[in-house]
Design a protein around this ligand. Sequence first.
Ligand code: IPM
Ligand code: MG
Length: 358
Amino acid sequence: MNVKIVLLPGDGIGPEVVTEAVKVLNAICDMYGHKFEYTERPIGGVAIDIAGTALPDETLQACQSADAVLLGAVGGPKWSDPSAAVRPEQGLLGIREGLGLYANLRPVRVYDELADSSSLKTETISGVDLLVVRELTGGIYFGKRQEGSETAYDTMIYSNAEVQRIAHVAFKAAMKRRKKVASIDKANVLASSRLWRRVVEGVAVDYPEVTLEHMLVDSAAMKLIRYPAEFDVIVTANMFGDILTDEASMLSGSLGMLPSASLGDGKAGMYEPVHGSAPDIAGKALANPIGAIMSAAMLLRTSLGLDQEAKTVEWAVEDVLSRGYRTADIAKPEDRHVGTSEMGNLVVKAMQRRKDAK
Ligand code: IPM
Ligand code: MG
């Protein structure tokens, strides 16, 4: 299989974790006889420094002609003034819009081995395995806005078509999982949420086996930390999804563990760890590359259809964790502490062991 992958390492720990994910992808190529061709492009703060914009045209163009994009992280104190005209986040928002990546999939599962690194009680998070499907190119992020000195506004706007397509993504995902969808909105206050609820109800008719529940976002935020194991698929609007996925990430103990996929209508997609650029630990070999490595696994499965290869990566990550290896963010004194690239090497070795065992 001949595949074009664009790498967007970005800022902070982005380059370090992308390096480990590429190590894993290269090992997959060696083991299964694929050929991946990589092109690296700047995005975020590094792109601002080089080109004066967070998303240079060549970066977007390269992504448009790729089979998949692997992103590290964007942002950092150097570019953090929220009133600056050019900001790293524009790179991310621009690429989501430019590639039409309207569906953001953020799976959260708790590894038994790490259950006690969460700040929540082990019995609360045991068995958590949920998937947040966040709408990514609409809502208040992309609605009309105006910024005056006396007043400012943002608009939360959704069309039937936008809600329909994200709802289908959620119901299809639920069909392959535990067949439950929680649609989260603020329908007691917001008109866009009432439209959202009505459209989701309509889509649900196509999936009679799936149980649909509507939840108000405030109550959902509470239930997510009180009864997290009850959730299967969550579908929600752009900003609610932004907030709830940071909350949900804490169930797993560390933001460093979690992958994500952003998808449009085709197979091409963008994959990135949920964590940010963590400038405070950048360059110190402290970053946890598992979020990036698991994002590479999602890339293999979703954009390339390489399910067996994805499983090999996921199995290897679990194997390494079960043998007690931990980066600093998830380590306790009795664990075997490892750095970023050592963790990547361990995952590659475990993959090869699994392949040999078969
Ligand atoms: C995320 C991030 C982005 C978002 C920021 C960096 C624009 O928080 O991917 O969740 O709000 O979508
Ligand atoms: Mg966020």
